[in-house]
Design a protein around this ligand. Sequence first.
Ligand code: SIN
Length: 482
Amino acid sequence: MNTQKLKFNKLYINGEWISAFSRETFDVINPGTGNVITGVPNAGEIEAEMAIDAASKAFPEWSEKTAQERFDLLYKWFQLIIENKEEIATILTEEQGKPYSEAIGEVHYAASFVSWYAEEGKRIYGETIPASSREKRILVIKQPIGVVAAITPWNFPAAMFTKKIATALAAGCTTVIKPAEVTPLTALKLVKLAEEAGIPAGVINAITGNPKIIGQTWLKDKRVSKITFTGSTAVGKELMRGAADTVKKVSLELGGHAPVIVCADANLDKAVEGVILSKFRNGGQTCVCANRIYVENSIMPIFIDKLRNEVEKLKVGIGNQSDAKIGPLINQAAYTKVQRHVEDAVAKGAKVVCGGKRVEEYQGGYFYEPTILSNINNEMIIMSEETFGPVAPIVGFDDIDDAIKQANDTDYGLAAYAFTENLKSTIKLYEKLEYGIVGINDGLVSLAQAPFGGIKQSGIGREGGHQGLEEYLETKYVSIGI
Ligand code: SIN
């Protein structure tokens, strides 16, 4: 990427692209090569407050626009994202590492939130309720919640950004945003396109910098009505505590530890394809990715064989190599965690079916071989901690009720998957699995029109679908005496 051409590696506040007051910057690193891409401003409290000032000032006018006016601007933004998809995907691959073809897929996924919510914003309906007397009328209206603070993650720098911002804007809210420190450039490019689409100054304000200081500033400010966050459960809990002081609404999309249950009556080719999608998309760095694969013992050898055949075809490489299917892990800490999970499992008796070590070919980055482990037991940390890497641990089961019990034995509750051709088992699985999302014979469940989110310690609230829009709206009950 020619960094000279980057016109958007700045803070965007009140319609202006500015540096941090301190003039400090921090580096954005390509995780595939270890090279510095560019620097971005290291903003702190002053800039975080300026962003709230701008968003508060812009709120009255934005919230009073008609749904059609907001649609026109959001739809223009959608068109610009599609027109610029190659450039966005190039930035995304460079700063996040995922293969370019996956980055293009993510840009389409990101754009789908903008077009879907542009439309859905026209359907913010109220209600009338029969009153208890002839002298009264009861109405329920929906109004935008106000200024929304969004903290977006590094694993889907485009899609998780639009998922929050397009929804907030469609609801009539204005926004302050902090993209992940390691992948801010994709988000800033999307902001640049929003500016070109004519979204007015102050409606979107994006800053890069110290996450703790920025987060604290937004949490304590009464003018921020809602915090939306995608990331780890630990940080989600901190934000929730911080939001309590000013009783802000929170939406949290947190960690997961997805089980996959493969029954003996499954279509095995479909099951292998689903496991590959769920486990190895984004190199295993998704909140919904398979972390425990329960396979009925009678099909274990054949399933492992088929899976290994497919996993061994997954070419590891730097994201811009055309045949790369698995990119690097995001940083050294992510690599160390994956390595720790595998070493711990092997020390406790796991067998490495394939993979299990660093890819030596690319010394500059953090590449780990796509790995299958068998002989797994519940003492291994991989069975309780989210791995966030390309490692598939396989566990046997004999009885579906026991598999469901084991699958539910976790504090997480984001996504679960099951493969079966049996109708009774299908119903039992989707009814009994304690997860916000269940994929049956489907390893890729993410869509703009569906409510995505977790139960238990995997989060609060939903993103996507008409349910996602509700998270940015207040319900007002109006009683009129006549
Ligand atoms: C996530 O990993 O946080 C989201 C993944 C998705 O939208 O599919």
